[in-house]
Design a protein around this ligand. Structure first.
Ligand code: SF4
Length: 367
């Protein structure tokens, strides 16, 4: 799932484990996954399965997988991929992190089994490094988004972000991580930009896998950056880990998830699984904060997001916020995808220009 591997690989490096990072998702991953999946299962399942197969082909003898509670098909990922891998004929060990049974303890138990390391202090240190890196990946991504939208040399921000990720990937202690983040931010800070550029602010929300994974979302953040858009990714892995994994004194209601769920309550009363409530809450919040628009990403056949997509029509009307819902699957064509993005950005830019004209008549500042 995008650059998430940096965090999990960090934990395994702390434990000095012998591990294989599967390659980034590609067309090959998707083909492999689709070939061994039920036809109408959601896109993330196919990519996760394809990714496991690629790891096994590179020599992995065991798979560390998450079995998560939820009202959607996520609850079937672990069992489904296990069956598919056995049916293909691979003989590998499955190490399940069963989040139905408890989160922190299951991570601890899973890492212990995968690495054979039993020292609780080392295991806690490993989990801590993974959590720190998850936070830092999101900090770097936000900063990357700022510089990418304003860069004066095409591709400079992308190159800087890559260097920053590499530094973070190599860090295995808390102080190394802090140094890597500081150094990474400095590298990004050196990207030549036009800081007076009038950029559009677009919020990105939807199902977490396709929001985070660049292959499934066709590098949407980079594409928008090239169009001069500062993307505000609202669905972040750190939101989830900070709410559900990290021991915290903060109340659930104060977390991003808690706040978005509260906002969404005017439109939907119960949790329907996945990230549907957050998608609705993020869109309401974008309307309240005068964002220039929202892009909502959903995998084809994703039940929770199909429901939120339909509710977002009402949010658009009530909050006067433009929303583009994009459905992603293995048949989504790049050219049509970019055309839809360009049309939406054109609409959002004209809307912003008209709002700013009104504001200037009222002598108000237009963001
Ligand atoms: S949220 Fe949607 S895409 Fe994600 S696992 Fe559930 S059904 Fe599949």
């Amino acid at each position: 799932m995008g650059n998430t591997y940096i965090a999990l690989a960090g934990a395994l490096k702390v434990l000095d484990a012998d591990f294989i990072v599967p390659p980034y998702n590609t067309k090959k991953t998707l083909n492999l996954g689709s070939k061994h999946s039920p036809e109408v299962i959601c896109l993330p399942y196919k990519l996760v399965l394809g990714n496991y197969i690629e790891a096994i082909e590179k020599g992995a003898e065991g798979i560390l997988m998450i079995d998560s509670p939820g009202t959607c098909r996520l609850g079937q990922y672990s069992q489904g991929s296990r069956t598919a891998i056995k049916d293909i004929g691979y003989d590998v060990e499955f190490i399940n992190l069963d989040l139905y049974k408890g989160r922190v303890f299951e991570f601890y138990k899973g890492l212990k089994k995968a690495t054979g390391k039993g020292n609780p202090i080392e295991l806690i240190r490993a989990v801590n490094i993974a959590l720190i890196k998850i936070d830092m990946l999101d900090v770097l991504n936000d900063s990357y988004s700022y510089y990418r939208a304003r860069e004066t040399r095409a591709g400079a921000a992308k190159k800087a972000h890559k260097q920053a990720l590499k530094l973070l990937d190599n860090a295995i202690t808390v102080s190394e991580c802090k140094n890597a983040l500081q150094r990474g931010m400095e590298i990004l800070g050196k990207v030549p930009i036009d800081s007076f550029k009038d950029v559009l602010h677009i919020d990105l929300t939807g199902e977490i896998f396709v929001v985070i994974d660049q292959f499934s979302n066709m590098d949407i953040e980079d594409e928008l950056g090239k169009m001069g858009v500062e993307v505000h990714r609202k669905i972040k892995l750190s939101n989830w880990t900070n709410t559900f994994i990290k021991p915290t004194l903060k109340k659930f209601e104060d977390s991003h998830e808690g706040q978005m769920k509260k906002l969404a309550r005017d439109f939907i009363k119960r949790d329907i699984g996945g990230d549907a409530l957050e998608s609705i809450g993020d869109t309401i919040s974008a309307g309240n904060n005068l964002s220039d628009g929202v892009i909502h990403l959903l995998p084809f056949t994703c039940m929770p997001e199909i429901i939120s997509q339909n509710i977002l029509h009402n949010v658009t009307k009530q909050k006067n916020i433009p929303v583009l819902s994009l459905i992603l699957d293995e048949f989504t064509g790049r050219a049509g995808f970019i055309t839809r993005l360009e049309a939406f950005i054109d609409l959002a830019a004209r809307r912003k220009a008209s709002r700013c004209r009104q504001y200037s008549q009222q002598k108000r500042v237009c963001r």
